[in-house]
Design a protein around this ligand. Structure first.
Ligand code: SF4
Length: 324
C-alpha cells in the first residue's frame, strides 16, 4: 500500500515536471481558477478568480492560454484576449448556472420588457453576454445596478440569489430577476453555518463571492442571519491578505472548497473550515493533471468565440469595468 502510494506521488511529480517543460517549450501560460484541484493549482502560472485571470492573461507575452476552469471562463478569456489562442483541457467542464438561461429565453424576456437594461452575471455564455447591456460579478453587481438611472427597468440574470441580494441592497423596485441558480449551494443552510461559527472560539466568517455557491449567503447576511459574528466579504486577494494578517486562529470560509488549499498552505497554524463540505463544483474538478498534459501536447481544446459575438460581449464587460 505504502509502495503504491509513493509511486503515485512520484508519477504525479514527474507529470508536473513534464507539464512545466512542455509549457515553456510551447510558450503557453497556464491559468487556474481557485476552485481547481490542488495539483492543477500547483502547475499554474496564475491562480485567481475568472475575471482577474482573464485580465492578467491579456497582459502576458504568451500567445496561448491554457485555461483550467469551466467553459464560460475560457470564453471570457477569449473575449478579453482576442489576439490569443485559448485552450481548455475538458470541453465538458460546464456550469449549471450559466446553463440556466438560453439565448432564446433571454431574447423573449427582452421582448417583454423592450425598454429594460439587461444586467448579467459573468457566469454566462459568450452568446448571452453579447445580448447584455452590462456584465457584473458578485463583487460589483450592487455598483453596476446603482449606476443605472432609477427610473429604468432592469432585467437581472441568471442568478436569483445574487439578484435578490442586489435588489435588497439597492432598494431597486423595477428589477426583474431570472430564476436561475447554481447547484453547488443546494443544501448550504445559514443555521449550519451559525452552528459552526458558534462552536469555534472567535471564529471569523469570510465569504468569497466569486461564484453562485455563496450568493445565498450574501442574501442571508443582508437579512441579518450572521449579525453576531465578524463577517467579511472579500475577493480572492483580499481574502488571502485578510486571513494572513488577522489575529484570529479560526475561520469559517464560504466558497467552493478549492480555495482552502492555498489558505492552509500559507497559514499552517490557522484552522480553515468550509461553510459546507458539500460546496464542491464537480465541473471544476473535471480538469485533471492528465487532461492538462494532453491539452498541452495536442493543443486542444480550442475555445473560439465568433468575432461579432465577442465584440458585443466585450462591450458589456468593458461597461462593467468602467463602473467598478
Ligand atoms: S460553482 Fe456553480 S456557478 Fe461556479 S462554476 Fe460551478 S456550477 Fe458554475
Amino acid at each position: 500500500m505504502l509502495v503504491e502510494q509513493s509511486s503515485r506521488v512520484e508519477q504525479t511529480a514527474r507529470l508536473k515536471d513534464e507539464i512545466q517543460r512542455i509549457k515553456k517549450e510551447k510558450d503557453v501560460v497556464i491559468l487556474a481558477h481557485n476552485y481547481q484541484i490542488p495539483d492543477v493549482q500547483d502547475i499554474a502560472d496564475f491562480t485567481g478568480d475568472s475575471l482577474g485571470l482573464s485580465r492578467k492573461a491579456a497582459k502576458v507575452n504568451q500567445k496561448t492560454i491554457l485555461f483550467c476552469g469551466v467553459h464560460f471562463m475560457a470564453e471570457t478569456a477569449a473575449i478579453i484576449c482576442p489576439d490569443k489562442r485559448v485552450l481548455i483541457p475538458d470541453l465538458q467542464a460546464g456550469c449549471s448556472l450559466s446553463d440556466s438561461i438560453t439565448v432564446d429565453e433571454l431574447r423573449n424576456w427582452k421582448k417583454q420588457h423592450p425598454n429594460a437594461i439587461t444586467v448579467g452575471y459573468v457566469n454566462t455564455t459568450a452568446e448571452i453576454k453579447s445580448e447584455l447591456d452590462y456584465c457584473c460579478t458578485s463583487a460589483n453587481a450592487v455598483n453596476v445596478v446603482k449606476a443605472i438611472p432609477a427610473d429604468k427597468e432592469i432585467l437581472f440574470l441568471p442568478d436569483m440569489f445574487l439578484g435578490s441580494y442586489v435588489a435588497k441592497m439597492t432598494g431597486r423596485k423595477k428589477m426583474y430577476i431570472w430564476a436561475g441558480e447554481c447547484h453547488v449551494h443546494a443544501g448550504i443552510k445559514p443555521e449550519d453555518i451559525t452552528k459552526k461559527l458558534d462552536s469555534l472560539k472567535d471564529a471569523e466568517f469570510v465569504i468569497h463571492p466569486e461564484c453562485s455557491c455563496t450568493t445565498p449567503m450574501l442574501f442571508d447576511m443582508a437579512s441579518g442571519s450572521f449579525d453576531n459574528h465578524k463577517v467579511s466579504i472579500l475577493s480572492t486577494e483580499g481574502m488571502m491578505t485578510h486571513v494572513n494578517s488577522s489575529k484570529a486562529k479560526n475561520f469559517v470560509v464560504a466558497t467552493e472548497t478549492g480555495i482552502l488549499y492555498k489558505m492552509r498552505q500559507q497559514n499552517p497554524d490557522k484552522t480553515f473550515i468550509p461553510a459546507s463540505e458539500k460546496a464542491e463544483c464537480q465541473y471544476m474538478k473535471m480538469i485533471t493533471l492528465d487532461k492538462v498534459y494532453d491539452a498541452l501536447v495536442q493543443d486542444k481544446y480550442e475555445v473560439v468565440v465568433p468575432k461579432e459575438i465577442a465584440d458585443k460581449a466585450r462591450l458589456a464587460i468593458e461597461r462593467m469595468l468602467a463602473i467598478s
